[in-house]
Design a protein around this ligand. Sequence first.
Ligand code: NAD
Ligand code: UDP
Ligand code: UDP
Length: 349
Amino acid sequence: MSGVNKRVLVTGGAGFIGSHLCERLVERGEDVLCVDNYFTGSRANIAALLGDPGFEVLRHDITFPLYVEVDRIFNLACPASPVHYQHDPVQTTKTSVHGAINALGLAKRTKARILQASTSEVYGDPVEHPQREMYWGNVNPIGLRACYDEGKRCAETLFFDYHRQHGLDIKVARIFNTYGPRMHPSDGRVVSNFVVQALRGEPITIYGEGSQTRSFCYVDDLVEALLRFMETPVGECGPLNLGNPAEFTIRELAELVLRLTDSRSRLEFRPLPSDDPRQRCPDIRRATGLLDGWVPVTPLEEGLARTIAYFRIALGLGPARTLVPAPSRSAGRASPQRPSRGVEGALSP
Ligand code: NAD
Ligand code: UDP
Ligand code: UDP
């Protein structure tokens, strides 16, 4: 899995997951090109990498062609939270579809291996639980989430057609809810919302009764899986579920965040958005089998503590009274997780 100065393109590299991925690739000695239009990402996310000779950044919108020479492509560019992807839904679909075509065209010309950041949203509001890769999903094609869900589904179609028609070396990862430091504080996602609300003493906004479930994966665990998947043999195309199968109700998440932040915020119940999936949990047996025993090793409580520490600093609230627990190293067979650089690193042991 170790790369010897491969030229790696990360589209969406200044975003939440992308910036952690860039960091790991640079640490591994790769030659990283981060391409981003800063729609939801930021320079701050990659600030710690900017002086590194192995890291380069290009401001570019992937709906337009891109001509560079690379060996590997991680295609992550796309707004990922409902608030952001519904802000300009037409652009969201363009980013998924035109972006995929351009990234695939680039891979075809350069013979690069290419990995697509797909999503559990391809399963829509699933009637199968937990979700296995062979499940085709239950998506409303004309609803408010369709720009994202159908955009990502079409991108998967394009990946498999470029593979069948042009012999491209593809990997399709279906990422489930991922959280951690560098989430956008106003992206409206449940983890960032609850943490920010709890730290500010504002009401915790639970949509519906909070009985819907999600399975939350800490970003370091997810990035480890993406790196391993990229280096699997040719022909291992996926799709591959990547996420943490530990499932929580939204109400349980709210209570955990309140406890970990020592917050007195009250719970406030709001209407459930349309097409909001009732339950979501990945079946990761295929990933564990393919990725050398990979399983997520960061329990929700520990990942949340690290995320809370990050947001305390990002919101200018000063460091927490206690240090953040060290990443777990015992569970599963995944490699030890490294502390990230950036502001959260200041609190990492
Ligand atoms: P993010 O919004 O932080 O990152 C997306 C990045 O893409 C941002 O830096 C943004 O500026 C950039 N971008 C958006 N449109 C672009 C365009 N047209 N051209 C160039 N750059 C563009 O989101 P994230 O959570 O880091 O998600 C990264 C990828 O992972 C996305 O493709 C998302 O769909 C996928 N994903 C994320 C999750 C999750 O829970 N975070 C779950 C499933 C899938
Ligand atoms: N493309 C790109 N960079 C490249 C090669 C192609 O951005 O290095 C884009 C280009 O816009 C093209 C798209 O990828 O339209 C699809 O490329 P492909 O070769 O599949 O199709 P064609 O060029 O024949 O339309
Ligand atoms: N949610 C909530 N309060 C919030 C934000 C989200 O109750 O302030 C709920 C949302 O309705 C959904 C779940 O939390 O049921 C996860 O939402 P998120 O946007 O994080 O991810 P997704 O719905 O895309 O999985």
